[in-house]
Design a binder for this molecule. Structure first.
Ligand code: ZN
Length: 297
Protein backbone atom coordinates (compact mmCIF):
# COMPACT_ATOMS: atom_id res chain seq x y z
CA UNK A 1 0.00 0.00 0.00
CA UNK A 2 1.24 3.44 -0.90
CA UNK A 3 2.52 5.44 2.03
CA UNK A 4 0.32 8.54 2.24
CA UNK A 5 2.71 11.40 2.71
CA UNK A 6 4.03 14.19 0.56
CA UNK A 7 7.73 14.76 1.07
CA UNK A 8 8.61 15.88 -2.46
CA UNK A 9 6.36 17.63 -4.97
CA UNK A 10 6.98 18.00 -8.71
CA UNK A 11 5.52 21.35 -9.75
CA UNK A 12 4.83 21.72 -13.48
CA UNK A 13 4.88 25.40 -14.46
CA UNK A 14 3.17 26.55 -17.65
CA UNK A 15 2.89 30.19 -18.57
CA UNK A 16 -0.41 30.50 -20.41
CA UNK A 17 -2.69 29.89 -17.43
CA UNK A 18 -1.19 32.51 -15.12
CA UNK A 19 -3.27 35.54 -14.13
CA UNK A 20 -2.66 38.43 -16.51
CA UNK A 21 -0.92 36.35 -19.17
CA UNK A 22 -3.71 36.94 -21.63
CA UNK A 23 -2.39 36.69 -25.17
CA UNK A 24 -0.08 34.44 -27.09
CA UNK A 25 1.32 37.16 -29.30
CA UNK A 26 1.96 39.79 -26.62
CA UNK A 27 2.53 37.68 -23.49
CA UNK A 28 3.47 34.03 -23.85
CA UNK A 29 5.46 34.08 -27.10
CA UNK A 30 9.16 34.70 -26.76
CA UNK A 31 8.79 37.77 -28.97
CA UNK A 32 5.87 39.18 -27.00
CA UNK A 33 6.07 42.71 -25.63
CA UNK A 34 5.07 41.47 -22.17
CA UNK A 35 6.87 38.11 -22.22
CA UNK A 36 9.42 38.97 -19.51
CA UNK A 37 6.66 40.49 -17.35
CA UNK A 38 4.62 37.35 -17.86
CA UNK A 39 7.48 35.17 -16.64
CA UNK A 40 7.68 37.24 -13.46
CA UNK A 41 3.93 36.93 -12.87
CA UNK A 42 4.00 33.17 -13.38
CA UNK A 43 7.07 32.78 -11.19
CA UNK A 44 5.33 34.70 -8.42
CA UNK A 45 2.41 32.26 -8.68
CA UNK A 46 4.86 29.35 -8.52
CA UNK A 47 6.50 30.89 -5.46
CA UNK A 48 3.10 31.28 -3.79
CA UNK A 49 2.57 27.59 -4.47
CA UNK A 50 6.00 26.66 -3.07
CA UNK A 51 5.31 28.71 0.06
CA UNK A 52 2.00 26.96 0.50
CA UNK A 53 3.52 23.53 0.04
CA UNK A 54 6.27 24.21 2.56
CA UNK A 55 3.74 25.59 5.04
CA UNK A 56 1.73 22.37 4.62
CA UNK A 57 4.77 20.27 5.53
CA UNK A 58 6.20 19.38 2.13
CA UNK A 59 9.98 19.10 2.35
CA UNK A 60 11.11 19.55 -1.26
CA UNK A 61 9.76 21.11 -4.45
CA UNK A 62 11.14 20.50 -7.93
CA UNK A 63 9.79 23.13 -10.35
CA UNK A 64 9.68 21.94 -13.97
CA UNK A 65 9.50 24.69 -16.58
CA UNK A 66 7.08 23.30 -19.15
CA UNK A 67 6.66 26.34 -21.41
CA UNK A 68 8.73 25.95 -24.54
CA UNK A 69 10.45 29.37 -24.56
CA UNK A 70 10.63 29.36 -20.74
CA UNK A 71 8.11 30.26 -18.04
CA UNK A 72 10.35 30.94 -15.06
CA UNK A 73 12.14 34.20 -14.25
CA UNK A 74 15.14 32.51 -12.69
CA UNK A 75 16.33 35.19 -10.31
CA UNK A 76 12.86 35.47 -8.79
CA UNK A 77 12.42 31.76 -8.09
CA UNK A 78 11.75 30.75 -4.49
CA UNK A 79 15.06 30.02 -2.71
CA UNK A 80 13.86 26.64 -1.46
CA UNK A 81 12.86 25.31 -4.89
CA UNK A 82 15.01 23.54 -7.46
CA UNK A 83 14.40 24.06 -11.17
CA UNK A 84 14.43 21.79 -14.22
CA UNK A 85 14.53 23.97 -17.33
CA UNK A 86 16.26 24.53 -20.67
CA UNK A 87 15.81 23.27 -24.20
CA UNK A 88 16.06 21.03 -26.09
CA UNK A 89 14.44 18.65 -23.66
CA UNK A 90 12.95 15.27 -24.48
CA UNK A 91 9.56 14.61 -22.99
CA UNK A 92 11.05 11.84 -20.86
CA UNK A 93 13.76 14.21 -19.62
CA UNK A 94 11.05 16.64 -18.55
CA UNK A 95 8.55 14.22 -17.04
CA UNK A 96 10.44 11.15 -15.79
CA UNK A 97 11.69 13.15 -12.74
CA UNK A 98 8.04 13.25 -11.59
CA UNK A 99 8.42 9.56 -10.72
CA UNK A 100 10.88 10.55 -7.98
CA UNK A 101 8.21 12.76 -6.40
CA UNK A 102 5.36 11.80 -4.08
CA UNK A 103 2.81 13.97 -5.85
CA UNK A 104 2.47 16.50 -8.68
CA UNK A 105 0.97 19.99 -8.87
CA UNK A 106 0.42 22.15 -11.97
CA UNK A 107 0.46 25.95 -11.95
CA UNK A 108 -0.33 28.25 -14.88
CA UNK A 109 -2.20 25.57 -16.81
CA UNK A 110 -4.44 26.24 -19.83
CA UNK A 111 -7.16 24.15 -21.45
CA UNK A 112 -6.69 21.86 -24.42
CA UNK A 113 -7.00 23.03 -28.02
CA UNK A 114 -10.53 23.71 -29.18
CA UNK A 115 -11.84 24.98 -25.83
CA UNK A 116 -13.72 28.15 -26.68
CA UNK A 117 -13.65 29.67 -23.21
CA UNK A 118 -10.09 28.53 -22.61
CA UNK A 119 -7.73 31.49 -22.72
CA UNK A 120 -4.91 30.56 -25.14
CA UNK A 121 -6.24 27.02 -25.28
CA UNK A 122 -3.87 24.69 -27.10
CA UNK A 123 -2.42 21.21 -26.91
CA UNK A 124 1.38 21.16 -27.08
CA UNK A 125 1.71 23.33 -30.18
CA UNK A 126 -0.71 25.69 -31.86
CA UNK A 127 -0.71 23.67 -35.07
CA UNK A 128 -2.54 20.76 -33.40
CA UNK A 129 -6.34 20.85 -33.65
CA UNK A 130 -7.05 17.96 -31.27
CA UNK A 131 -5.51 14.89 -29.66
CA UNK A 132 -7.43 11.86 -28.45
CA UNK A 133 -6.19 8.84 -26.51
CA UNK A 134 -8.41 5.78 -26.90
CA UNK A 135 -11.13 8.12 -28.10
CA UNK A 136 -10.92 10.48 -25.12
CA UNK A 137 -9.84 14.10 -25.62
CA UNK A 138 -6.34 14.67 -24.29
CA UNK A 139 -4.99 17.98 -22.99
CA UNK A 140 -1.59 18.76 -21.53
CA UNK A 141 -2.60 18.43 -17.89
CA UNK A 142 -4.01 14.95 -18.44
CA UNK A 143 -0.94 13.99 -20.44
CA UNK A 144 1.24 14.99 -17.47
CA UNK A 145 -1.04 13.09 -15.09
CA UNK A 146 -0.90 9.94 -17.22
CA UNK A 147 2.89 10.14 -17.46
CA UNK A 148 3.20 10.60 -13.70
CA UNK A 149 0.70 7.76 -13.25
CA UNK A 150 3.06 5.31 -14.98
CA UNK A 151 5.36 5.83 -12.00
CA UNK A 152 2.46 5.57 -9.55
CA UNK A 153 2.50 9.29 -8.77
CA UNK A 154 -0.78 11.25 -8.50
CA UNK A 155 -1.60 14.82 -9.54
CA UNK A 156 -3.37 16.52 -6.65
CA UNK A 157 -3.52 20.24 -7.56
CA UNK A 158 -3.93 22.49 -10.60
CA UNK A 159 -4.19 26.23 -11.00
CA UNK A 160 -4.95 28.08 -14.22
CA UNK A 161 -8.02 29.37 -15.97
CA UNK A 162 -11.51 28.03 -15.28
CA UNK A 163 -11.54 25.91 -18.41
CA UNK A 164 -8.29 24.17 -17.41
CA UNK A 165 -9.77 23.45 -13.97
CA UNK A 166 -12.96 22.05 -15.50
CA UNK A 167 -10.95 19.85 -17.85
CA UNK A 168 -8.83 18.24 -15.12
CA UNK A 169 -11.84 17.72 -12.84
CA UNK A 170 -13.33 15.60 -15.60
CA UNK A 171 -10.27 13.35 -15.81
CA UNK A 172 -9.23 13.40 -12.12
CA UNK A 173 -12.26 13.51 -9.85
CA UNK A 174 -11.34 14.75 -6.40
CA UNK A 175 -8.44 16.94 -7.51
CA UNK A 176 -8.20 20.39 -5.92
CA UNK A 177 -8.16 23.26 -8.41
CA UNK A 178 -7.66 26.98 -8.18
CA UNK A 179 -8.99 29.23 -10.97
CA UNK A 180 -7.17 32.55 -11.23
CA UNK A 181 -8.97 33.74 -14.37
CA UNK A 182 -11.82 33.05 -16.78
CA UNK A 183 -11.25 32.96 -20.49
CA UNK A 184 -13.41 35.23 -22.59
CA UNK A 185 -11.73 34.12 -25.78
CA UNK A 186 -8.34 32.85 -26.92
CA UNK A 187 -6.89 36.31 -26.31
CA UNK A 188 -9.10 37.82 -23.58
CA UNK A 189 -9.81 37.06 -19.94
CA UNK A 190 -11.31 38.26 -16.71
CA UNK A 191 -8.54 37.80 -14.18
CA UNK A 192 -7.87 38.15 -10.50
CA UNK A 193 -5.30 40.79 -9.63
CA UNK A 194 -1.76 39.47 -9.34
CA UNK A 195 -1.72 39.64 -5.49
CA UNK A 196 -5.15 38.01 -5.26
CA UNK A 197 -4.13 35.18 -7.59
CA UNK A 198 -1.00 34.46 -5.55
CA UNK A 199 -2.92 34.49 -2.28
CA UNK A 200 -5.57 32.19 -3.77
CA UNK A 201 -2.91 29.70 -4.94
CA UNK A 202 -1.07 29.81 -1.62
CA UNK A 203 -4.19 29.03 0.38
CA UNK A 204 -5.67 26.49 -2.01
CA UNK A 205 -2.53 24.41 -2.42
CA UNK A 206 -2.21 24.14 1.36
CA UNK A 207 -5.79 22.92 1.50
CA UNK A 208 -5.01 20.51 -1.35
CA UNK A 209 -2.20 18.90 0.66
CA UNK A 210 -4.47 18.49 3.67
CA UNK A 211 -7.24 17.09 1.50
CA UNK A 212 -4.82 14.65 -0.14
CA UNK A 213 -3.51 13.41 3.20
CA UNK A 214 -7.06 12.80 4.39
CA UNK A 215 -8.28 11.25 1.15
CA UNK A 216 -5.49 10.38 -1.31
CA UNK A 217 -6.15 10.69 -5.02
CA UNK A 218 -5.03 7.61 -6.98
CA UNK A 219 -2.51 7.98 -9.80
CA UNK A 220 -4.20 8.45 -13.19
CA UNK A 221 -3.94 5.15 -15.05
CA UNK A 222 -5.89 4.28 -18.21
CA UNK A 223 -6.11 0.77 -19.60
CA UNK A 224 -4.24 -0.15 -22.77
CA UNK A 225 -3.70 -1.01 -25.53
CA UNK A 226 -3.37 2.61 -26.58
CA UNK A 227 -4.41 4.43 -29.71
CA UNK A 228 -3.37 8.07 -29.99
CA UNK A 229 -4.85 10.24 -32.74
CA UNK A 230 -3.54 13.68 -33.62
CA UNK A 231 -5.60 15.94 -35.86
CA UNK A 232 -3.51 18.75 -37.31
CA UNK A 233 -4.93 22.04 -38.51
CA UNK A 234 -3.27 21.64 -41.91
CA UNK A 235 -2.69 18.79 -44.32
CA UNK A 236 0.94 19.92 -44.58
CA UNK A 237 1.56 19.18 -40.90
CA UNK A 238 -0.15 15.80 -41.26
CA UNK A 239 2.06 15.09 -44.29
CA UNK A 240 5.14 15.78 -42.19
CA UNK A 241 3.93 13.83 -39.17
CA UNK A 242 3.24 10.83 -41.38
CA UNK A 243 6.98 10.38 -41.85
CA UNK A 244 7.39 9.39 -38.20
CA UNK A 245 8.06 5.75 -37.51
CA UNK A 246 4.91 3.87 -36.57
CA UNK A 247 2.58 6.59 -37.83
CA UNK A 248 -0.62 5.70 -39.66
CA UNK A 249 -2.44 8.29 -41.77
CA UNK A 250 -6.16 8.21 -41.11
CA UNK A 251 -7.46 11.06 -43.23
CA UNK A 252 -6.46 14.45 -44.65
CA UNK A 253 -5.35 15.93 -41.33
CA UNK A 254 -5.27 13.03 -38.87
CA UNK A 255 -2.49 10.62 -37.93
CA UNK A 256 -2.53 7.76 -35.48
CA UNK A 257 -0.15 5.70 -33.34
CA UNK A 258 -0.77 2.35 -31.63
CA UNK A 259 1.08 0.68 -28.77
CA UNK A 260 0.50 -1.45 -25.71
CA UNK A 261 2.95 0.90 -23.95
CA UNK A 262 1.44 4.23 -22.89
CA UNK A 263 4.76 6.08 -22.96
CA UNK A 264 5.30 5.02 -26.58
CA UNK A 265 2.20 6.86 -27.72
CA UNK A 266 2.62 9.82 -25.36
CA UNK A 267 6.03 10.35 -26.91
CA UNK A 268 4.48 10.73 -30.36
CA UNK A 269 3.23 14.28 -30.08
CA UNK A 270 6.14 15.72 -31.92
CA UNK A 271 7.08 16.00 -35.53
CA UNK A 272 10.14 16.74 -37.53
CA UNK A 273 10.91 20.34 -38.42
CA UNK A 274 8.28 21.26 -40.97
CA UNK A 275 9.61 24.58 -42.19
CA UNK A 276 10.06 23.33 -45.73
CA UNK A 277 6.47 22.12 -45.95
CA UNK A 278 4.92 25.38 -44.84
CA UNK A 279 3.99 28.45 -46.88
CA UNK A 280 6.53 31.17 -46.18
CA UNK A 281 3.86 33.71 -45.28
CA UNK A 282 2.35 31.64 -42.49
CA UNK A 283 3.71 32.64 -39.08
CA UNK A 284 5.14 29.84 -36.98
CA UNK A 285 5.04 29.44 -33.24
CA UNK A 286 8.58 30.24 -32.08
CA UNK A 287 8.85 26.85 -30.38
CA UNK A 288 7.99 25.05 -33.59
CA UNK A 289 10.30 27.26 -35.60
CA UNK A 290 13.17 26.39 -33.33
CA UNK A 291 12.98 22.64 -33.04
CA UNK A 292 9.55 21.32 -33.87
CA UNK A 293 9.37 19.40 -30.62
CA UNK A 294 5.99 19.46 -28.97
CA UNK A 295 6.57 19.51 -25.26
CA UNK A 296 3.92 21.08 -23.06
CA UNK A 297 4.05 24.67 -24.20
ZN1 ZN B 1 1.00 24.46 -22.23
Amino acid sequence: MRNVSIQKVGLIADLLGAAGVVSHDTHSAETGKYYEDSKRWLTAEVNAGVEGLLAAGVGEVLVIDAHEPGAIHFESLHPSATLLHGRPLLRKQMLDPLWECDAVALIGQHARAGTRDGNQSQTLVREIDAITLNGRPLGESTLVALWAGVGGVPVFFLSGDEAACREIHHDIPGITTCAVKRGISAGAEITLSAPAARKHINRTIQAAVQSYLRSPIPPLQWQGPFRLEIRWKSTQDADTAEHQSGCERLDDKTVCFHSSNLLDVLNQHHRPDSRSSRPAAEPLHPAVRRNGIGVPA
